[in-house]
Design a protein. Sequence first.
Length: 619
Amino acid sequence: MLVRRLPRMLEVLWRRYWRRALQWRERVAPSDETVHLLLAAGVGVIGGLVNLAFHGAIELVRHAVVHRPGDPVEVAELMGPWERVLTPALGGLVAGLILHWGLRWVRARGTTNLLEAVVAGDGRLPFRPSMVRACSSLVSIATGASIGREGGITQLSAMLASKWGQWFEWPPYRLRLLVGCGAAAGIAAAYNAPISGAVFAAWIVLGNFSMLMFAPLVVSAVVASVLSRSFFGIAPWYEVPAVEFTRLGQLPWFLVLGGLCGATGALFLKLLRYAEDQFRRLPWPLYGRMALGGLLVGLIALGYPGVCGNGYLVTNRILHGEFDRLTASWVSGHLGGEGWGLLFLIGLFSAKLLATAVTVGSGAVGGVFTPTLFVGAAVGAAFGLTLHLAGVGEELPLSSYAVVGMGSVLAATTRSPLLAMVLVFEISLNYSIMPPLMLGCAVATLVAGRLHPDSVYTESLRARGLEAATEVTLDRRVGDLMREPVPPVRETATLQEMAQRFLTRANNFLPVVDGENRLVGVVALHDLKPFLNAGEELRAVIAYDVMRPPPPCLTPNQTLFEALPVVLRSEQQHIPVVKSASDPRLVGALVRAEVLGLVSEAMARSSEAHLAPTGDGRR
């Protein structure tokens, strides 16, 4: 009797197991959003460690080259004239040799530009070329080049995040998100500014503020920032005294300052482009051009040693009104006063603009965020000092004008007033300055847009013909983006076979094919629920009994623009791709989330481009 009842008992046990397993799979299987948050946390750890390693490497190289630790400005002030001139020149030569021979040795392929990898690429950033560029950047920064370290940190963080995804062969939409998370982690770690890191990656890199994109960026930025704080502390980058803004009469001056900073930002961008064009025309190898750029920086540093490095130290001196220390290396003896301070600030502003332009134009690798803040602080302080000499606006300290200048010039060069406002707030932790800062950033962005068509980031994309992100995206072919098809089942597959397939793969639909691999239908996970309580008839149910008719399918030769209606209507996570309309053989699958992410990013960038004013004032 027991032997006769054993098959029935096993069948009942199997059915209970299958029902509970399917229910468990629906409840606890991680969604793409959950997976992305976990990956973002890992990228945040990468960003924090990259910041620590990059900072330590700069100090080691600086100690090995100039035998003096400390800020580049302090090092330059202790140097003699010849040493001050030759150090950045030799640094440019060595950094150029690293780029010249290093990129040849690794046979560089693919782009290392973050925006290009996201806008026109598949999110793949190469490892070896990025490491070569990072080594070159280390030498340039350590020897006093007028660039910031945030560029190298952001590049390395994004590259390692992309490489992580490449190792696991993740799809392009996930690689692009990882690149964005790497950029967020890099900025957040470099400036101890998690909000700015997330906003930078969402606005500048991905061009998408949807929560599906923004939430992972926030996680990466927060993790990277907190990890960096464990090494470098939580003190603000710039200490600015609080100022009470209680009267409307205090604000008009900041509208004027915003316009001045907008013009300065446009001038800065034009200088960068002009310097790049002039250096490119020189019939010299890259290391020769970079050596010349370093030599020019050294010559400028003879009169203004404050141009060396990213300008962090001098910016702090400006914010604290330490004009005696600023002018000490410029005028010997006991000359001082506000008049000399104004003349010095104008000269320092001009010197920093020129030094940064020749550094970047010669081909040096690095960031321009911190030099831009330096320029803005000099412009703002010079404007405030002019007002004080004229006997107006004296109730406000010079630091308030300098801080607003920092944010306004940054907004003018990035075309992102929100990013500039948030960054200046995070690096100063001074909320009292927000009202005039918001006005200045808004006005500066509008003025800069009328004087120069591109931001500091879109300039290189336009030069490569990649500014039309929407066209680039929607002209792509399905065949370029499709992945391997979801492993199909045959028409005769049993219910147990289909259940096992759903349990082992995170798909909500299974394609059903005939003996010639032609798509004849799909089985949805939801359609199996009525059979969970089936009895003896369980064995007789096959895929043909529960499948749905074939859904609208895609073909490899379709563009994304042609495929978009099918993608929007589909319930499937992986939309089937067949060989042709007349030949329904299954050849691949298109990830629905990837396509929607690409289109939303492209639409956001297109809207920004159409709303941005052109150089002649037209929209």
